[in-house]
Design a protein. Sequence first.
Length: 190
Amino acid sequence: MGYALLLVLIAIAIWAIFAYNSLVRLKNEVDGSWRQIDVQLKRRHDLIPNLVEAVKGYMQYERDTLTQVVEARARALGAPDQGARIAAENQLTAGIGRLLAVMENYPQLKADQNVLRLQEELTTTENQIAFARQAYNDVVLALNTKIESFPSNLIATNFGFHSAEYFKGAPEDQAVPKVDLSVGTSGAQH
């Protein structure tokens, strides 16, 4: 009987070690994934002043858009914690989207090779940020599931592991667009 109890205790100890190491690995993967997002965000932060400088001479009537992008970048760079940074980065993403949309109204910008190069670099960076966010959220899902699942939640609780925060899109990105199919159908027969 004593030998069986010893085997059970050894099995529990081995499981606890594997569970703990698994949680450490996932936590480190979350941290590493965040660092990948950070690299892409830094690249974006470095590109924005160049793009703003390149387009501001052309966009005399779009000062508000340019100012919003510059201010959103400053908020993102000065965010005190990860939650505030995610919110600021979402505002910056929205501002960049507005800037790129407004730029379409300026034919001279479309002809400026420097602006086109910066716009292409920014678009590539935005795509890399989206990919890095998805990878980060996948690892956060794995960590959070492990922390909340029994019996690994016993190890997580006793050793101070906490759920990680997802990198959520801006609220305006989650809104369902409204489609009006009635345009041009006033004379149509039903």
